[in-house]
Write a protein that binds this ligand. Structure first.
Ligand code: BDR
Ligand code: CA
Length: 312
């Protein structure tokens, strides 16, 4: 099994990914760490606690970043995920509370307790991972691997013409995390935009997921309306689930090794820039950042089938 920490800002597509992490027999979910992003930090934590409870699982949740490291916080995009992050579907109050330690502390403790074993999957802005690195840079050598849903190389952005939301929401944190020198894979829009979960597939998942499924159904309805009006797509891109799909089924993705940089200022803030390893010699400055793996493509239908299979 794969022991992992899921760092998240739930969020409709986060909620689906959480359902996968809870359901998959080969994933051992050590805990969830929360960040602001799709919603404010308190809502993110409440949602993470609630989603685990709806699946009848008691998973530690540690609260983290309330704002970006450097830039000013933008208001959460309520038109995409709803005010409550889950499509404004009415939600009960969770009965458990978050851990007393913070998200970065939780990450550091768990990674150090099992050197070489723990995978970090981050699907929101990257402040928690950046803070964990600052707290204990030793985790760079002790983590098994880091998988980040974020960024866009050739696909263009989804919040600005060039920037993807998770990177844009905290570019300074992203720059630290993506160039820290730990084994890292970036699953960005080049892969996630190849994957479209259709209405019938959403219904199937919702029907199979019990109490959690009811919340997924309500949140899908809202997310679907956003995709229809904003993007003219009937369905949605399961961005955050793609990070888990890469982890469990990497053969469904085209992954390229190279050097990554993040633009932190100006009109292109939040853009991820990538030079494949064999092209870096053209300008040696590019070789200054450590090598990472970047997903450039995905077999969309097969990824979506994997998501549906895992949740039904
Ligand atoms: C990412 O941004 C958020 O809105 C989603 O949850 C996902 O993590 C996609 O750009
Ligand atoms: Ca997310």
């Amino acid at each position: 099994t794969t022991p992992l920490i899921f760092d998240t800002d739930p969020g409709v597509d986060d909620a689906q990914a959480i359902a996968i992490a809870l359901a998959h027999s080969e994933i051992e979910l050590l805990g969830m760490t929360t960040t602001y992003g799709n919603v404010d930090i308190e809502t993110a934590t409440t949602n993470a606690l609630l989603l685990a409870e709806l699946a009848d699982q008691r998973i530690p949740v540690a609260q983290g970043a309330a704002a970006p490291l450097v830039k000013l916080k933008h208001p959460a995009p309520a038109h995409i995920h709803g005010d409550n992050g889950l499509g404004n579907h009415p939600l009960p109050t969770p009965s458990h509370r978050a851990e007393t330690i913070s998200a970065p502390q939780f990450i550091v403790e768990q990674v150090n307790a099992r050197p070489g074993e723990v995978t970090l999957v981050a699907v929101g802005p990257l402040g928690n991972l950046a803070a964990a690195l600052q707290l204990d840079p030793g985790i760079i050598d002790r983590v098994k691997q880091v998988v980040v849903m974020g960024g866009s190389i050739r696909e263009g952005g989804n919040v600005t013409p060039v920037a993807e939301a998770n990177i844009f929401n905290d570019p300074h944190a992203a720059a630290r995390v993506l160039t820290a020198g730990w084994p890292l894979t970036l699953v960005g829009l080049d892969a996630t935009h190849r994957c479209v979960l259709g209405p019938a597939q959403m219904d199937k998942i919702a029907a199979a997921q019990g109490k959690l499924g009811e919340v997924l159904a309500g949140s899908y309805a809202f997310y679907r309306a956003f995709y229809r009006t904003a993007l003219d797509i009937d369905g949605c891109c399961p961005h955050d689930s793609c990070a888990l799909a890469w982890l469990m089924r990497p053969e469904l993705f085209t992954t390229v090794r190279g050097h990554l940089n993040v633009v932190t200022e100006g009109d292109a803030e939040g853009q991820t820039l990538f030079a494949p390893q064999e092209r870096a010699f053209i300008d040696p400055r590019w070789a200054r950042t450590p090598l990472v793996d970047v997903c450039m493509n995905a077999e969309g239908e097969a990824v979506v089938d994997w998501i549906v299979e895992t949740l039904t």
